[in-house]
Design a protein around this ligand. Sequence first.
Ligand SMILES: CC(C)=CCC/C(C)=C/CC/C(C)=C/CC/C(C)=C/COP(=O)(O)OP(=O)(O)O
Ligand SMILES: O=P(O)(O)OC[C@@H](O)CO
Ligand SMILES: [Mg+2]
Length: 239
Amino acid sequence: MSDWADWDHITKIDPDKTLYADETYEDVAATGTDAIEVGGTTGMTEEKMKRVVDACGKHDIPVYIEPSNPASVVHSDRHDGYLIPVVMNAGDVTWITGAHKEWIRIDDEIDWSRTFTEAYIVMNPDASVATYTQANCDLEADEVAAYAEAAEHLLGQEIIYVEYSGMLGDTEKVAAAADILDEATLFYGGGIHDYDSARTMAEHADTIVVGDLVHDEGVEAVRETVKGAQDAKAAKATE
Ligand SMILES: CC(C)=CCC/C(C)=C/CC/C(C)=C/CC/C(C)=C/COP(=O)(O)OP(=O)(O)O
Ligand SMILES: O=P(O)(O)OC[C@@H](O)CO
Ligand SMILES: [Mg+2]
């Protein structure tokens, strides 16, 4: 079974940002979050990625690299694996297969046994990731669901990621993706900032991803979102 099948909550660390106040990666690992993803779109370098992966990898929590370009992939024994995005609604094929082809061409240390993909549906037109990938974010709920279904059944993706980075998403669209999926795991990320927003999104998604909050408000705020995700899961289990 895949690691992520049991994850309710992921904390995403952006190596281009600092942690809140004097908090440490050990504090992040102790929030109850199930895994750490390390990635961001802007300002990403191999050096910044390596520094964060090394620091996070010392703690007892799964750590996955989520690269936004081939140059930010680092190899080490400190982390558990690689989650490589594929952007379903990208406007440029670079972000569907092009960067992947280049990465495979230049990197001779790829460990396929711990490399997996995430099929992104990028939904916030104001996020850097939307500009970066020239994503068409103007999608109705049935189109989001169709992208999710295409990802799972045509492309065999195990993780579908509805990405609203920087804003809280439309629950109708997240639910549409959730309802259509059979076996694939639905990640939701974007704008989760407290217990209620975490709980609401976790009612639809299998796993919620919290990013900016850890940098802007710190681990106490993240802990509330972990509780929201866990409570939503517990409520679903008794339905
Ligand atoms: C093939 C390889 C190794 C890399 C390419 C992988 C692809 C397709 C990347 C596309 C962009 C993407 C989906 C990146 C994942 C990380 C992500 C979404 C970070 C959040 O981005 P923002 O929040 O918009 O950016 P900032 O926080 O950096 O402003
Ligand atoms: O930073 P936020 O808005 O929490 O989004 C989380 C994540 O989905 C970003 O890739
Ligand atoms: Mg961001």
